[in-house]
Design a binder for this molecule. Structure first.
Ligand code: BMP
Length: 248
């Protein structure tokens, strides 16, 4: 089953739109991450793993955690934000997919030819997902992602994130990332990407709202610290999941 079918099925089964960012730190992080995953599994639809675990444990060291997520019916995204030349991207993507990850995140900047083309082809052949990061959630993201550039394909000037949104659709991406801190941009991106999933990070700690993001057109909300660093992660995951249920 491909990434999009997996996340859709988990979202329906658990009636949740929450992607858990397993951003756990410290010497026993892997153990705690696995515990967190098991405790909150019924309230989430997907797991996202970032440098917090990938750097100290390496992709090989995460095979057990990925298997655990799969046994709970949850797909796993490697949030690597890939952004290099094609041959390097290919090695990186191959390594993630080989370790069991179901999807990766990429930054569209290298473009298609000798950039991301090979990664999209590799993912297609294996039923894996490629999610483009088109507008980040942090304040400074407006510096470049919102800068106006010339879109040669359309012959128009437009904001970079809207150009990225159009390219994501054209390239056959499995989703786009737009910060929950920018609901108006989510609305604009939704119009461009039609029914492509929008993943929205930046809720609670970064100031974005779960309901606002979903109301604006986000498909899934990515939540890290609000759950992982909560005194009661199970209650927090349940509470956040319930917020998303009216959109199920
Ligand atoms: P938190 O909910 O703790 O703010 O974490 C959000 C997660 O989503 C982190 O893993 C972060 O790296 C990621 N993320 C983000 O916050 N904003 C983006 O624009 C893109 C991201 O991947």
């Amino acid at each position: 089953m491909g990434f999009l079918d997996m996340i859709k099925r988990a979202a329906e089964q658990n009636r949740s739109r929450i992607v858990l960012a397993l951003d756990v730190k410290g010497p026993d992080a892997l153990e705690r991450a696995e515990r967190l995953l098991c405790e909150t599994a019924e309230y989430i639809c997907c797991v996202k793993i970032n440098k917090h675990l990938i750097l100290p444990w390496g992709v090989e060291g995460l095979r057990g955690l990925i298997k655990r997520a799969h046994s709970l019916g949850l797909p796993v995204i490697a949030d690597c934000k890939m952004c290099d030349i094609g041959s390097t991207n290919f090695v990186e993507a191959f390594t993630y997919f080989d370790a069991g990850f179901d999807a990766i995140t990429v930054v569209p900047l290298p473009g298609w030819a000798e950039g991301l083309e090979g990664v999209f082809h590799l993912a297609r052949g294996r039923g894996m997902g490629v999610i483009t990061v088109i507008l980040m959630s942090n304040r400074g993201a407006s510096e470049f992602f919102e800068a106006v550039i010339y879109d040669e394909e359309l012959g128009v000037f437009d904001k970079l994130y809207k150009v990225f949104a159009r390219r994501s659709l054209k390239w056959g991406a499995d989703g786009v990332v737009v910060g929950a801190t920018r609901p108006e941009a989510i609305r604009q991106v939704r119009e461009i990407v039609e029914d492509l999933p929008i993943f929205s990070p930046g809720v609670v700690v970064q100031g974005g709202g779960v309901v606002e993001a979903l109301r604006a057109g986000a498909s899934y909300v990515i939540v890290g610290r609000a759950i992982c660093e909560s005194d009661n992660p199970i209650d927090k995951a349940r509470e956040m999941c319930e917020l998303t249920r009216r959109f199920s």
